[in-house]
Design a protein around this ligand. Structure first.
Ligand code: NOJ
Length: 556
């Protein structure tokens, strides 16, 4: 059953009503507790960022190979030609994963390693063998593979045919997914079709800061997103029609969102701006897939009105037919969210010229200036934003099962061991996920720390790393060394969260102990004059005793 479309602003604004009045103290309170028993703790990577072997054994070039091999595009002209050399160092990667005791590993497949020219006729068996070795190695170590089918590294041959602006990509992508399901699906049960379609559409075809470097901010992102959504839906149906019965896996898409606070939560106009920011970033993809097969009304109105004012005959936001809507809605089995930071939105009337997705939103975004900066510009560490985002997803998309599919922080790549800022980041962000799960009833199923090791960090090259492990890129052996955060994460996984330490327990339970003792003191029947009084006193005492015992009970 499809969920109804979001109103404007969406009803999920209850999240701001509930949380935005929290005092600084309240939002920083530490919460002890644990995740459900089967919680999926993982780490992530992506093919272009770690594999290297850019032309090894018949691999075809991707748009990222072409981009980075053109001088001037990345700091120090960094490329992914060798990266962490994971193509040749699979056992070292498995060793790290085993040592961390993660339950899952999220990695991506390099499309042009499997299909060098992007299509089935060019299939490269050696590329397939590499992923078979990886998947089998994970399973041998009881680690669940979580596979992203496409994480930004489009085969260059497909870009030469117009890339995601070309509707043919829907069928081409579907055939690639079909091959992956058929080849790896006997062992892979968790799939993400596309990573951060928002980044592909906006950064790749709007701002043009990442390949394919197309700068057409008012038109191309909408066309590209339209094709990406349809391509995802088609791959989902292929899984449903051909593989679900025999393989029994789950298929989703990894969407990304910052949390957005309004500049002033007491001003409706600002709350509407924050709502629009979320609808334009997350809702653009999540509304069709998780709600009714269509774009959020907020987007349809904004882009439609601007297009009219721009004297265009139709909206720059394409529309789906009824048939397409029915085909798209419900095409995800869980909600996978990549999250890093929080921004503040305020209402600003956007310009009409030049056409731009950014201006269509009628808002501006600034940093959350109270929170610590990190080694990536515009990515402050705002842990409490994660709890609010998870609550917003719960409200907006009908309480789906959620995987936090990426979360982490950058430090300078020279940071070899002491990454205490990362430890702080994980500790506080994971604790907010825990609050969302335990206090707010959000169905958080898994958490994936980004990333397993320092790697090629896109436009930042090798200047910063997100890794739990340091990699020495100046050494041809690419040695990997665990940082402080790797040790920390190991214990989080082992404890399944943050159970209350024993010495803390004494203070925490003191109040219960006191009440029980008080109860025992008055246990003489004469103290209670009437039968009714006796009844209430006794049940109060009994209740306290029960709560006390319940809290003492070990959780796993
Ligand atoms: C999101 C991307 O999916 C991932 O590849 C990247 O490492 C992180 N952002 C950090 O920038």
């Amino acid at each position: 059953i499809a969920l109804p479309p979001s109103e404007v602003p969406s009803k999920s604004k209850v999240v701001w009503e509930k949380f935005s009045h929290h005092s600084k103290f309240q939002r920083k309170l530490y919460h002890f507790g644990t995740f459900p028993q089967d919680f999926s703790w993982g780490v992530s990577s992506s093919a272009y960022q770690i594999e290297g072997g850019w032309d090894a054994d018949g691999k075809g070039p991707s748009i990222w190979d072409v981009f980075t091999q053109t001088p001037g595009n990345t700091p120090a002209d960094a490329t992914g030609d060798v990266a962490c050399d994971s193509y040749n160092r699979l056992d070292e990667d498995l060793y790290m994963l085993r040592a961390l005791r993660v339950k899952s590993y999220r990695f991506s497949l390099s499309w042009s390693r499997i299909f060098p020219d992007g299509t089935r006729s060019s299939m490269n068996q050696k590329g397939v063998d590499y992923y078979n070795r990886l998947i089998n190695g994970l399973l041998a170590n009881k680690i669940t593979p979580m596979v992203t089918i496409y994480h930004w590294d489009l085969p260059q041959a497909l870009q030469d045919r117009g890339g995601w602006e070309n509707v043919d990509m829907i069928d081409i992508f579907n055939d690639y997914c079909d091959f992956c399901f058929a080849t790896f699906g006997d062992r892979v049960k968790l799939w993400m079709t596309i990573n951060q379609p928002h980044s592909i559409a906006w950064l790749g075809y709007g701002l043009g800061t990442i390949p394919p470097s197309i700068k057409n901010p008012g038109i191309s992102p909408y066309i590209v997103a339209h094709n990406l959504i349809k391509a995802h839906a088609k791959a989902y149906h292929t899984y449903d029609d051909k593989y679900r019965t025999s393989q029994g896996g789950l298929v989703s898409i990894a969407l990304n969102a910052d949390w957005i606070e309004p500049k002033d939560v007491n001003v409706l106009r600002e709350v509407r701006a924050a709502d629009r920011a979320l609808q334009f970033q997350l809702g653009w993809f999540a509304h069709p897939i998780f709600k009714n097969g269509d774009y959020p009304d907020a987007m349809k109105w904004q882009v439609g009105n601007k297009s009219e004012l721009q004297d265009l005959s139709e909206s720059r936001l394409p529309s789906f037919t009824e048939e397409e809507k029915n085909y798209i809605k419900g095409t995800a089995d869980m909600f996978c969210i990549n999250h890093y930071t929080t921004k503040i939105a305020s209402h600003v009337t956007g310009q009409l010229s030049p056409y731009s997705y950014e201006q269509d939103r009628d808002l501006s975004e600034t940093e959350e200036s109270d929170s610590p900066t990190t080694d990536i510009k515009n990515q402050r560490a705002v842990a409490w934003g994660l709890r609010r985002l998870l609550n917003w997803i719960k409200e907006e998309y009908g309480n789906p099962q959620i995987y936090i599919a990426e979360n982490g922080v950058a430090t300078k790549s020279s940071t070899m061991w002491d990454d205490s800022t990362r430890v702080f980041y994980y500790k506080t962000y994971i604790d907010e996920a825990l609050k969302a799960y335990e206090l707010d009833g959000v169905r958080v199923n898994g958490y994936i720390a980004t990333s397993l090791m320092d790697s090629f960090e896109w436009l930042n090259g090798y200047k910063v790393g997100f890794g739990l492990h340091h990699v020495d890129f100046s050494n041809t052996n690419r040695p990997r060394t665990p940082k402080y955060s790797a040790h920390f994460y190991y214990y989080v996984i082992k404890d399944n969260g943050f159970p209350r330490p024993d010495d803390e327990k004494i203070y925490y339970y003191e109040k219960y102990i006191n009440q029980v003792l008080k109860g025992i003191q008055v246990l003489s029947w004469n103290t209670f004059k009437t039968r009714a009084e006796r009844k209430t006193k006794c049940s109060k005492m009994f209740y306290c005793l029960l709560v006390f015992l319940k809290r003492l009970r070990p959780r796993n």
